[in-house]
Ligand binder design. Sequence first.
Ligand SMILES: [Zn+2]
Ligand SMILES: [Zn+2]
Length: 351
Amino acid sequence: MISYDVVEWGKPLQRQEWPTPEPTGTEVLLKLKYCGVCHSDVHIRDGYFELGGGKRFHMSDRGMKPPVTLGHEPFGTVIAAGPDAGNVPIGQDRLVCPWIGCGKCVRCLEGQDNHCMTPQWVGIQRQGGYADHLLIPHPRYLVDASGIDPAWAATLACSGLTTFSAVNQLAPIPKDEWVMVLGAGGLGLMSIGMLRALGHEKIIAVDIDPAKFAAAREEGAAATVNGRDPDALKQVQSIAGGPLYGAVDLVNSTDTATLAFAAMRKGGRIILVGLYGGEIPLSLVTVVQRALTIVGSNVGTVAELKSVVQLAREGKLRPIPIECRPLSEVSRTLDELKAGKVNGRVVARID
Ligand SMILES: [Zn+2]
Ligand SMILES: [Zn+2]
């Protein structure tokens, strides 16, 4: 098998050849067809995430040691399985849910692999999808995405799942209540799309760049507010006719989280997703008196990915513009992503 690997942090990926693995136990082997090229792989290749305030999160602290194969949005054909894998759809195409856990702990056994304390995420702790073959530990991570464009399906495993899972933690959303989406970039627009796919319409998009408001409205936001306006809180609450039911913060900076907390009604729910980073002073008594729920949301579960695929199949999610490029161009694609030169999403095509 071949893979394109980070051999040194921050350097171009290198093509490497390996013996193709043979699945044992419950393992499943896929011949990959596509792998989405996610913006977070730019940071992972560089070896760290900027957390704001001069703080960095280093991939080496997560146990990553080059050479590593990135790519956490894999899609391919199931070609082999170990003797204990059970009924495996050999010869069929499947999307892989990359957020794999240890498979043994309480969280994993209840399907909450994304909350496992010893994660085995594809393209982070395990070999990723910038390769022509991928071994996964169990067939339960395979998702049938038939009926939708496979290249699009690949991208649903990361940003689609992340936004669905975040929005889903507000459910059931009372129809007449307002939800604020903080950040109208890629994830913000997808969150608005997910809210609409779940049937919710009372959405306020907040961003500090008014140039993003047209896209937010097109995606389905009923109102937009400039978060830089000194009276942003007043604007939000006057649109909603009072405090809000919930907020999804795709930025998660001191400014956005402060606005989210100030805007909530009693029983309000704040879902924190973004990795911009920051801190806020939090009045603990206020959290009690307003019965607030604060949830950190990180990727999602296999079951949620199946729900996302189903929404796509039913035509409830708008397909995003996708450009397919050969896997050999993945390193250049990461450079272009870093330089902000990519429109829509690039998916690596693997032959
Ligand atoms: Zn990603
Ligand atoms: Zn586990």
